[in-house]
Design a protein around this ligand. Structure first.
Ligand SMILES: C[S@@+](CC[C@H](N)C(=O)[O-])C[C@H]1O[C@@H](n2cnc3c(N)ncnc32)[C@H](O)[C@@H]1O
Length: 327
């Protein structure tokens, strides 16, 4: 099956909404974006997608910590034996967890813990049009669909994560959750039609964080809800940490504002009803290397003698969740 055919249901949903003008530009750009000819792994990933067993899962669940697809006994013994190696073709698995027919993918991140911190603090997603900017594998998009969203539309320019999404999509063909292979800047022209927009783990990667807040607003209908999650640094209103070069071994970290600075930024961008709903220091239970993500992870990014500091001597990652409404 062509990967593009996984998006037919998306076009049907969009057709009945104010986002209908997105259909033609998405149809034109999706195929080429997935077939990125310069990606040396593409053939391996497409072969792995084709090797996934053609089986209907006896059960699926999108409303618990693990995205659950099928049971071990849905597969014959040959399929059971082959499946883990096929799924390992999509290494590294960063956001999850997932369970494919009894193969538990213990991802680098326990993304369910972030979901638990925010799910009761946001407006219910039931029947909403939801956009998730920088959604990774789409783990949270599946959870949004599990919470009743009419559409959970994610975007992420990193093709491997789109492949991980497509692996789950094979077994969830009618769930209204989609991951587009685009950065936010490559989405069609913004239409202020989404009821909820998520930006999680994105703001600190932006050189112009206020422009990002404006960008997010451009997708929200008036009164729609922004859910913003980002790394913060303790400090007074107005304070923002700008790392010299690396932060937790990441080169592309620009601004780590204090929570109160974030409130100021949102206010300057004319958001209203701004709420700080959670601040949480990331633990090595939530982010760590596993068999499914064999590169360095949080334990390697922290000072071995002081887990409250990064290896560069900055405060260890603390993440805040804020909600706000578009004017
Ligand atoms: C730290 S991860 C956050 C993933 C997920 N939102 C979460 O909270 O678990 C940042 C993601 O942003 C994606 N990304 C990078 N550049 C982007 C862009 N221009 N637009 C949207 N996403 C981008 C990366 O590929 C990565 O998956």
């Amino acid at each position: 099956m062509q990967p593009i055919s996984n998006y037919n249901q998306l076009f049907e949903i969009l057709a009945g909404t104010e986002l209908a003008p997105w259909i033609d530009p998405l149809r034109a750009t999706l195929g080429p974006a997935i077939q990125q000819s310069n990606n040396g792994h593409l053939e391996k990933w497409l072969t792995a997608l084709d090797s996934l067993p053609d089986v209907s899962p006896s059960t699926t669940a999108l409303d618990q910590s693990t995205i659950q697809i099928g049971r071990h006994q849905d597969l014959d013994t040959v399929q059971q034996k082959a499946l883990p190696a096929t799924l390992h073709q999509f290494h590294p698995w960063r956001k999850g967890p997932f369970d494919f027919f009894g193969t538990h993918i213990d991802t680098e991140w326990r993304s369910d813990l972030k979901w638990d911190r925010l799910s009761s603090a946001i407006e219910p997603l039931s029947d909403r049009l939801v956009l998730d900017i920088g959604c990774g594998s789409g783990y949270h998009c599946w959870r949004m669909a599990g919470a009743g969203a009419k559409l959970a539309l994610g975007c992420d320019p990193f093709l491997l994560y789109v492949m991980q999404y497509l692996a789950a999509r094979k077994y969830l063909p009618s769930t209204p959750a989609f991951v587009l292979p685009f950065g936010s800047e490559d989405l069609p022209s913004p239409i202020p039609a989404f009821d909820t927009v998520f930006s999680m783990g994105i703001l600190y990667h932006r050189r112009s964080p206020l422009d990002h807040l404006y960008e997010l607003r451009s997708f929200l209908r008036p009164g729609g809800q922004l859910v913003l999650e980002t790394i913060v640094a303790d400090g007074p209103p107005g304070y923002s940490l700008i790392p010299d070069q690396y932060y937790a071994k990441m080169k592309n970290v620009w601004f780590l504002p204090s929570p109160q600075t974030l409130v100021q930024w949102l206010t300057r961008c004319r958001y209203r009803e701004i709420k700080l709903v959670d601040v949480n220091q990331t633990t090595t239970q939530e982010q760590r290397g596993t068999d499914w993500m064999r590169f360095e992870s949080l334990p390697d990014f922290l000072d071995p003698n002081d887990p409250d500091k990064t290896i560069e001597g900055y405060p260890a990652p603390k993440r805040a969740i804020l909600t706000a409404l578009a004017p």
